[in-house]
Write a protein that binds this ligand. Sequence first.
Ligand code: SAH
Length: 222
Amino acid sequence: MRTPRRDDPDYQAARQRMVEHQLAARDITDQRVLAAMAAVPRELFVPDSLRHQAYTDGPLPIGEGQTISQPYIVAFMAQALDLAPQDRVLEVGTGSGYGAAVLALMAAEVITIERHRTLAERARATLREAGIENVTVITGDGSRGYSEKAPYDGIIVTAGGPRIPDSLRKQLASGGRLVMPVGSSRTLQTLVRLRRTESGFQEEPLVAVRFVPLVGKEGWGD
Ligand code: SAH
């Protein structure tokens, strides 16, 4: 099979259709989210053998038993984070690096942490190939956050845990937003948004979701 190039017009057209039919036609209204999703070449972030499926309306396997999330979920979470251009963001669960790439176009800096070294290395290479320079990929247990660069204006967790880790609450800036799938089962969660205000935390359930488990000290354990 022919190896497609980054600016392949077929992919650009598929990406535009994805933005219209899967995002704008549903409830994604934030223009910054739609612009970022229209700009990031998702085909670079999926395995070669699945490139032709890069713009389908669902998750895809990326190795190590993990998945790149459905485009709509990536957009929904990015919209829920309500980012401003000067914001600094922590992502827990780098996976393919696609979500980090989308956030990188909406914020000043993204720190993303992945427990699988092979995935972290591949994501680093893909982000470089995509020309994205404001993302730092760390290998480690993100259930404890990454205190070295805290506080964060936005924290996004792309794996499901039993509760919001205390470490992540502590690393959220005043006025900051955290979005995470939380549930008492390892496979079914509610996407929750937490806001930190001067007087404390406000928590709000958003939608039912299915994510891979958050494996780690403040997740489901190792
Ligand atoms: N945002 C990703 C989706 C990745 S799926 C993308 O756009 O492709 C969730 C990822 O979280 C998996 O790669 C999994 O290995 C990772 N993960 C699970 N528990 C983790 C933890 N405690 N710390 C860091 N990464 C974790």
